[in-house]
Design a protein around this ligand. Sequence first.
Ligand code: PPY
Length: 384
Amino acid sequence: MALECVAVLGWGDSGSRASGLVFNGVRNSNRTPRKCVCRGGFSGLSGDSVIKSADNQNTGKSSNVNDVPGKLCKDLISLPKPLTVADFTVTPNDGTKVRISFKGLPGSFSEDAALKAYPKCETVPCDEFEDTFKAVELWLADKAVLPIENSSSGSIHRNYDLLLRHRLHIVGEVQLAANFCLLALPGIKADQLKRVLSHPQALASSDIVLTQLGVARENVDDTASAAQYVASNGLRDAGAVASARAAEIYGLNILADRIQDEPDIITRFLVLARDPIIPRTDKLFKTSIVFTLDEGPGVLFKALAVFALREINLTKIESRPQRKRPLRVVDDSNTGTAKYFDYLFYIDFEASMADPRAQNALGHLQEFATFLRVLGCYPMDATL
Ligand SMILES: O=C(O)C(=O)Cc1ccccc1
C-alpha cells in the first residue's frame, strides 16, 4: 500500500506563497514510484541546488556538491527530487500507467474515450458513475472519464449533478464518434435475432436498422455489458449493439457495422482529477463553471452579458433544478406569493482562466451570482 502524501509546493521565489499551497499528490521520481512526503521550497532550484542547501543546513558551512564524500553523495541522491512541470503532465514519464476509472465493462465506449485520451492507460471499470468519482477520491484511480453530452440525445443530466456533488476538477475533454455494431454469437445470422440488448442511447441511435430487423429492444447499463451477457449466456436469439472492441473481447461476430441512424454521433466525455491543471494561453482552453442567480427580470441575461461584453464564446449552457432547494418562494405585495423552480446554471466558455478576459468575466459574474464554482479549465479536444 502506498504512503499517503502531503507535499508543500513552492511556486516562484516567494517563500510565503510557497508555504501557502498544500496539496495531496503523487510525486514521480526516477526511483520506484510511490506516493512520497516532500517538504521544502522547490522554487526554481535545480536538483544540485537542493542538495547543496540541505548540506548547508546540516553543517552550517558552505560546500560544493562535488566535494562531498561518496557515501554522503549517494544518500543525497536518494533524496526526493524537486517537482517540475513534468510532474503535472497527464502521463508519467517513468512508464507507470495512469489509471482511469469509467462506468461500464471493458469494451464500452467510455473505455474507448479513456483510451483515446490516454492510449497507455490502465482502465478501472466501475458499476456506477458515482463509483468513478469515488475511485479517484480514494486514490484507486488517477482520473475518471465521464460522458457529459451526446450529439443525438443531449446532456447526461445525472453527471452534471455529480460534478457538483463531488469536488473533482475537470482537466480535459474527449470527443468520441461511436461506431455502433450489431453483434451476435458466431454462426448466428441477423434474421435469427428476436431481441437486441444495449445501452438505451445506442438502441435509440440505431433505430432504423433495429426496426428493419423487427427485434425487441432491451436496455442494459452499457453496451459492453450487452455483449458480455449475450456471449456468457450463449444466447442464440439475442444480439447486442456495441463496439468492435467489445466483439473482440467477448468473442462475438460483427453482423453489421456503423448501424447508427446518423453517420456521426459524437459523445463528449470529461476527464476528472483530484487536482486542477495549470491554465495556459498557448493553446485553446475551455472553462466550465456552475452558478446560481437571484430571481428577477433579466438576471440570466446579465449573467450571459459578462461573457458577451468580453467577446468570450459560450459553447454550452445547461440548467438543472436545485435538488436541495427546488422551490423559491417570492412574495409580492401586488401579485401575491409565487413559487419558482430554483436553478443551477452550468456554462462552458472558450477561454482559459489564465486569460484576463475570463478572470474579469468571472469577477463580474461574482458580483451578482449567489454561488459560483469553477469546475475546471482544460484544453479543448480539437481532434474531430
Ligand atoms: O454503454 C457504453 O458503452 C457507454 O460507454 C455509454 C455510451 C453509450 C453510447 C454512446 C456513448 C457512450
